[in-house]
Design a protein around this ligand. Structure first.
Ligand code: EPU
Length: 337
């Protein structure tokens, strides 16, 4: 266990928050020892994997950071149609997706190039290009910090929703996901319906993409829209796309006929927060330290020299101005610490 560790390399915003205590877990058995220590018992704790969806609001984290860095990928079962593959929580998500795609396994290709670790993926049910993690999720194992016991959570038990799961809500801070099992297919139709994908493939003269070509197309589309966290600090989409009542949407559509929208199964309507933020005039706005990414208004960025307060302040101003213009209060998808 280390003390006073700068978390700059461990959070994708790149803020210099200092953790009072920090421990790196390379083997799950180390967790069993950790929970018996005085530091664990006395300090508040935060589980960190990729740190890609976290906003440190303060310069000090007055507690224990548990950094999960366990590795390993194994095939559990395989037949001519399907495969069940287990990945340990500390595996890099984009590398794992690429690995499955190169093997010819279908299911995760649309989730290519999302920065983060495997263990964090179910927590917010990561999603992109018409697919969510839950679509290929079979189950995960999680370590209960209070008891030291391991519990298996199936799909139902995870209560997945749009950027939601039980681990972000009712069980927040109580479990550490240690491994995730995915059910992948050896043959399946590709999901090309998301607007950008077809346009990109057309532009590049690809008529019938292979699994790998689709994976690579998604990487290219993401690169064109989203900042590279190695160059510019960010946490991907900062806000969730709001889901509103049909009546409210229809009233808005009268005033803003071009408003993009997606019908939800429950009769509600999802509106892209990026569009609302852009219309409110924020796209490309910046001060010395932070700003709104100029290619995707849903992404707040840290150009350096700033801190969590700067992002919190900017987020609040954006929420207020979107609410004043559209009557919708957008909410963050990033975890505030
Ligand atoms: N739009 C704008 N201005 C912007 C951004 C978007 O007008 O600055 C409009 C676009 O024109 C489009 C609509 O908003 O009509 C949707 O935009 P986009 O396809 O870029 O997707 P998004 O809804 O903004 C979501 C996810 C992303 C994911 C993409 C692609 C959320 C919160 N975000 O963004 O996820 O990559 O779809 O599937 O649902 C992430 O979670 O970190 C993330 C990047």
């Amino acid at each position: 266990m280390k003390t006073n560790v700068n978390l700059q390399p461990y959070n994708s915003f790149g803020f210099n928050t200092v953790a009072k205590y920090f421990v790196e877990i390379n083997d799950i058995q180390e967790l069993e020892v950790l929970i018996t220590t005085d530091v664990f018992k006395q300090e508040k704790h935060l589980v960190l994997s990729g740190g890609n969806n976290v906003l440190f609001q303060n310069d000090v984290f007055d507690g224990l950071v548990i950094f999960i860095n366990t590795k390993g990928i194994e095939i559990l079962t395989e037949d001519e149609n399907e495969i069940i593959v287990r990945a340990q929580a500390g595996e890099d998500w984009p590398d794992f997706v690429k690995f499955t795609v190169c093997k010819g396994w279908h299911g995760l290709e649309n989730l290519a190039h999302i920065p983060g670790k495997v263990g964090a993926a179910p927590v917010q049910n990561i999603g992109a290009y018409g697919i969510e993690l839950k679509d290929s999720f079979l189950q995960c194992e999680a370590f209960e910090l209070e008891t030291g016991k391991t519990k298996v959570f199936g799909k139902e038990g995870c209560r997945f929703g749009y950027r939601e799961s039980i681990f972000k809500n009712e069980l927040k801070g109580q479990f550490i996901i240690t491994s995730v099992d995915f059910l992948l297919k050896k043959n399946a139709p590709l999901h090309l319906d998301y607007g950008n994908i077809k346009a990109y493939l057309e532009q590049n003269g690809i008529e019938k993409p292979t699994l790998l070509q689709l994976h690579d197309a998604i990487c290219a589309i993401r690169d064109a829209k989203l900042p590279d966290v190695k160059q510019i600090g960010s946490a991907g989409s900062f806000f969730k796309n709001p889901v509103i009542e049909k009546a409210q949407f229809e009233a808005l559509q009268k005033e803003f006929p071009n408003i993009p929208h997606y019908d939800e199964p429950n009769g509600k309507v999802k509106v892209p927060a990026g569009w609302l933020i852009e219309q409110a005039g924020w796209k490309g706005w910046r001060n010395e330290h932070v700003g709104v990414y100029d290619k995707q208004a849903l992404v707040l960025v840290h150009y350096g020299g700033g801190n969590g307060h700067d992002i919190v302040e900017l987020a609040r101003k954006i929420q207020d101005s979107v609410e004043a213009k559209f009557g919708i209060r957008i909410s963050p998808e990033v975890n505030f610490v």
